[in-house]
Write a protein of this length. Structure first.
Length: 108
């Protein structure tokens, strides 16, 4: 009797390819949900501040990398305004303000 029960349960361990794909997809989605914004140190924030000021002063285009839980977003433009009190910046040709706290990188 024990042998018959063992063989029944052995069959239940098999998985259909659809189930494997579903499990893999679910694990990938969980990893995306768990993605955290990287912590920037004081030196990186100083560099970001310098690049923003440079763009505003000289009208040069910069690229801002903004954190997103799924995939970071790159925005290119010229800084028109920096609101330090509300911690946000405004780019030319960008309708919405960009939150400074969401920035993970800036370069020319």
């Amino acid at each position: 009797m024990a042998d018959k029960l063992g063989s029944i349960f052995d069959c239940s361990r098999m998985m259909l390819p659809e189930h494997k794909r579903w499990i893999i997809k679910d694990e990938q989605e969980q990893q995306l949900r768990d993605r955290k914004k990287p912590a920037l140190d004081a030196q990186e924030w100083e560099l970001i501040d310098q690049v923003l000021a440079y763009s505003k002063r000289y009208g040069e285009q910069i690229t801002i990398t903004q954190f997103d839980p799924v995939q970071d977003k790159k925005i290119r433009g010229v800084v028109l305004a920096v609101d330090r009190q509300l911690r946000r910046i405004k780019l030319q040709m960008e309708y919405d303000w960009i939150k400074i706290d969401n920035i993970v990188g800036v370069y020319t």
